[in-house]
Design a protein around this ligand. Structure first.
Ligand code: SAM
Length: 227
């Protein structure tokens, strides 16, 4: 149950130095650079599974901190080990910008991220929860989009993809119905290097590709509305 994993009581309590030691070498070092901006997690991979997306994104944005969130204990442990092994086997400084937490994102996302902290959120191949009565367990819903809109900066992007057509329609319709999101035009997606990774870097995407399956993508931008 949730009581078995630690949850920061607020984003300020999240231990960055533990997750990203390379970016937080020591408190003394930090004092020396008092004017240097304090780096914050900018990308969240929600339900990150085995971490393929994080590993693919890491070298593309070496100065951007990214966090995977994964509910299953064994899977999150695997991702943690995978990242430590990559850090140890590559040049110093590589893969230092990615980390993972075991958590239930549907309950605790606001414990990790401040208002407008994130520039990208990923929901890649989430569990479908087919039955009508289970739709409230879906990781995209109008209610949860309120939380995601809060955590995303204006202009920030939410990426979703699935091989389940019904879930793809559902995610798109939730995003269409939410006043704080607008669809990113297809031309823009063609030049976004992140878009290719949605299928090529994720373990689920690779599985779907091997089986020749179709995928359904919805990518939306957090917009500002007059309050
Ligand atoms: N995104 C990965 C990929 O594309 O390869 C994994 C997809 S997998 C089908 C969905 C993952 O979401 C599972 O690893 C599951 O444990 C995780 N998950 C489901 N509900 C979650 C929640 N509430 N919080 C965090 N992770 C969750």
């Amino acid at each position: 149950s949730d009581s078995h994993f630690p949850i920061p009581i607020s984003p300020a309590e999240f231990d960055y130095s533990h997750h990203y030691p390379h970016f937080f070498p020591s408190s003394r070092e930090h004092h020396k650079n008092e004017n240097a901006p304090f780096p914050r997690v900018k990308f969240a991979d929600v339900g990150c599974g085995f971490g393929g997306l994080l590993v693919g994104l890491s070298p593309l944005f070496p100065d951007t901190l990214m966090l995977g969130m994964e509910l299953r204990d064994k899977v999150s442990e695997y991702v943690k080990e995978r990242i430590l092994a990559l850090r140890a086997s590559t040049n110093p400084g590589q893969y230092e910008n990615i980390s993972v937490v075991r958590t239930n994102s549907m309950k605790y996302l606001p414990n990790y991220f401040e208002k407008a902290q994130l520039s990208k959120m990923f929901f890649l191949f989430p569990d479908p929860h087919f039955k009508e009565k289970n739709h409230r367990r879906r990781v995209i819903s109008l209610q949860l989009l309120d939380e995601y809109a809060y955590a995303l900066e204006v202009g920030g992007i939410i990426y979703t993809i699935t091989d389940v057509e019904e879930l793809g329609d559902w995610m798109r319709s939730c995003l269409d119905d939410h006043p704080l999101f607008e669809q990113v035009p297809e031309e823009e997606l063609e030049t976004d290097p992140v878009v290719k990774l949605l299928t090529s870097a994720t373990e689920e995407g690779q599985k779907v590709a091997r089986n020749g399956g179709q995928t359904f993508r919805a990518v939306y931008r957090r917009i500002k509305i007059n309050e």
